[in-house]
Structure formats: structure tokens, C-alpha cells
Design a protein around this ligand. Structure first.
Ligand code: CP
Length: 359
């Protein structure tokens, strides 16, 4: 990125920077031709995505032997990661922690503002600046949509920039969930013509679920993908996503009826109701059982389609369905650890070393 442009960014206030269209600030998150900060799923090009898929599968294969596992741990043993997760998380937190361990990074964590000096009145901005004194990478989950981006903006303007990965930003984005979802689709359809021409059904709270938003952005990289959004009227996918699909000339439909369309779907992506975002318990009035995957509905699915879920689930998928060979969600969850390892390896430019490793 030319220095001049970087200086132009430096002249902007945070508010001015945040308002820029995303396409005008991609370069801000890149250093030496590599993503330095991962804030939005739109930052992943098709070639970055597919390189990450290859790298994730290679790391998984190398880690199978003790020799390979021990060797991987030497690669980033001089680097430290900070996990700042002040919104609840099980798998994003644990899979990132595991990914850091796989590559030998030392890990620190804060999981609640009640145990950081934020409880004493320190601002989130100063808190993030403080982490940068001790870490080379900050992976963060925050309830405020813009906070990961703000962290990148703050730290890229300091003498010691530190990489940021967005591990979930309010209702807005969850770019690394989208990575693992895409990796799962890639693995599942590897021998079935790839992701091109597939129909993906996304079901549930599409209005407040950040995973469906981030995943939709990445599906644009594949030809003739069709999306079927199934949700209650009140929880329909946002207008910004529909505008994006129209601009990309991607096919989509909206419905509230799983049964009518399930026969068409190659992947059924279930989501839970995101009632933590209710303002007045409005979700209580929604009959969400219509958006549950039952054994009866599974009987209508194509034989080689797959069932996905970012998890955690409540009752959207009958636990009896876990035994069905098309249930992919537990593998999907584990795929997260490998693709997140690949992402970190890529961000620290060690992917060629890994790809050259002879098992
Ligand atoms: N899918 C996902 O983000 O799960 P967690 O909230 O458990 O991290």
C-alpha cells in the first residue's frame, strides 16, 4: 500500500474512517500484501479463501504425527496472543486458543469487563492499547459492531501495530465463522463439483444472526450459488444483505416455509434465535418451532445434502438427527480450529514453511 494513502488514513478521525465505504478502507487492513487485521468477511478474496482451505488441511495432516505436532509448535513460539472475549463464547474462544497452541503461541485472556480494569472506568480504547503492550495478535469478541475495527484503527496508528482478528462483533459480523463454514462446504462438496451451483438454505433468526451475514458475503466467490432464506417475518435477513445479493446478481428467495424448499437444498444452515438482542422480549411472541429441523423434514432432504449449524443450538435440530451422516455441525465446529490455525499462520506469513513440510 502506498505510504501516501496510509498517511491519508492517519489524517482521518475514527468517526470519519468508520463511515468510509468498506472498499475504500480494505488497504488499511493490509500490510506487506497480507491481511494484517481481519474485521469483515468481505476482506477474503477467493484466492485467500482457497489458500486457507489448503493450508488448514495441511496443518491438520501435519499435526497428526507427534513429530509434526511438535514442529508446528516451534513456528510461532516467539509470538503472544491476547484473547479478549467480553461476549460469551465457547467454540470461537476454544478453537482460537487451540489454534494458537497448535502454532506454539503463548496465550493470555480476558473474558469479562468485570475482571479487567474496565470495571474501574478504563475505556475500551485504553484497554486495547494496553493489550498491545503484551501481545502480537489480539483476537476479540465484542458486543459493539465497530469495536474490532476501532481496535485496528487505534493500533495501526501506534508505533507498535498489533494484528486484530474479529471473533464476533455484535449483530454485524463473524468473519472467522464464515471461514469455517466455507471450509466445511468446501470439504463436503470436494467430490461433488465444489461449491459452484449449490443451493444453501439458511434458517432462523437471519436478522440478528451475524454468521449468516458473513457467510453470504463469502458465497459470492462461487458461481451460481442460490440462497434460500427461511425465517419468521420479524427476523428476515437485512436489507443491506439483499442489496448486496442484487448487486452481485446472486439468486435468493425468502420464505417462512422450510418444507416447501428443503428438497432443493444442498446445505441446510440452521441458526438459533438470538434473543440476547431483544429489547422488549419480542422474541417470546415468535413461534420458532416452525424453524426447527425435525426428523420428518430430514426425510425430505437430498441424500447427499448436509446439515450445518454455527452452534450453540437450542432445539433447532432434534438431537436424534446427530446420528444422521448428513449432520455436519460437529465436524464443522472442529474445522474451525484448523481454519483458524491456517488464518493465524497466513497472517504471520509462515504458510509456505508449513506447505513445504514433509510428513
Ligand atoms: N459459533 C460460535 O460463534 O460459537 P460460540 O459463541 O460458542 O463461540
Amino acid at each position: 500500500m502506498p505510504q501516501k494513502q496510509k498517511n491519508n488514513f492517519k489524517e482521518l478521525s475514527w468517526e470519519e474512517f468508520y463511515k468510509l465505504p468498506l472498499k475504500n478502507k480494505y488497504d488499511f487492513f493490509i500490510k506487506d500484501n497480507v491481511l494484517f487485521d481481519v474485521i469483515y468477511s468481505q476482506q477474503f478474496s477467493k484466492s485467500i479463501l482457497e489458500n486457507l482451505f489448503t493450508l488448514a488441511s495441511k496443518i491438520r495432516a501435519v499435526a497428526k504425527s507427534k513429530g509434526g505436532h511438535d514442529w508446528l509448535q516451534t513456528l510461532l513460539s516467539h509470538k503472544r496472543a491476547m484473547l479478549y472475549f467480553i461476549q460469551p463464547s465457547t467454540r470461537t474462544f476454544l478453537s482460537f486458543q487451540s489454534a494458537c497452541y497448535i502454532l506454539g503461541m503463548k496465550v493470555s485472556e480476558i473474558r469479562s469487563t468485570s475482571t479487567s480494569s474496565e470495571i474501574k472506568g478504563e475505556s475500551p480504547e485504553d484497554t486495547i492499547r494496553t493489550f498491545s503492550s503484551y501481545a502480537d495478535l489480539i483476537i476479540m469478541r465484542h458486543f459493539e459492531p465497530g469495536m474490532a475495527e476501532k481496535a485496528a484503527w487505534i493500533l495501526n496508528n501506534t508505533p507498535r501495530p498489533v494484528r486484530i482478528i474479529n471473533g464476533g462483533s455484535g449483530k454485524d459480523q463473524h468473519p472467522t465463522q464464515a471461514l469455517l463454514d466455507m471450509y466445511t462446504l468446501y470439504l463436503s462438496f470436494q467430490d461433488k463439483g465444489g461449491i459452484d451451483n449449490k443451493t444453501i438454505m439458511m434458517v432462523g433468526d437471519l436478522n440478528r444472526g451475524r454468521t449468516v451475514r458473513s457467510l453470504t458475503y463469502l458465497l459470492k466467490h462461487y458461481k451460481d450459488v442460490k440462497i434460500i432464506y427461511v425465517s419468521p417475518e420479524y427476523l428476515k435477513i437485512g436489507k443491506d444483505i439483499k442489496d448486496f445479493l442484487k448487486k452481485q446478481k446472486m439468486q435468493y428467495i425468502e420464505t417462512d416455509n422450510i418444507e416447501e424448499y428443503i428438497k432443493e437444498a444442498d446445505a441446510i444452515y440452521m441458526t438459533r434465535i438470538q434473543d440476547e438482542y431483544d429489547i422488549n422480549k419480542e422474541s417470546l411472541n415468535i413461534d420458532y418451532t416452525k424453524f426447527h429441523l425435525t426428523k420428518k423434514l430430514v426425510k425430505l432432504m437430498k441424500k447427499d445434502s448436509i446439515i450445518m449449524h454455527p452452534l450453540p443450538r437450542r432445539k433447532e435440530i432434534d438431537i436424534e438427527i446427530d446420528k444422521d451422516k448428513r449432520a455436519m455441525y460437529w465436524r464443522q465446529e472442529r474445522n474451525g480450529m484448523w481454519i483458524r490455525s491456517a488464518l493465524i499462520a497466513y497472517m504471520f506469513s509462515i504458510e509456505n514453511e508449513i506447505l513445504k513440510y514433509q510428513n
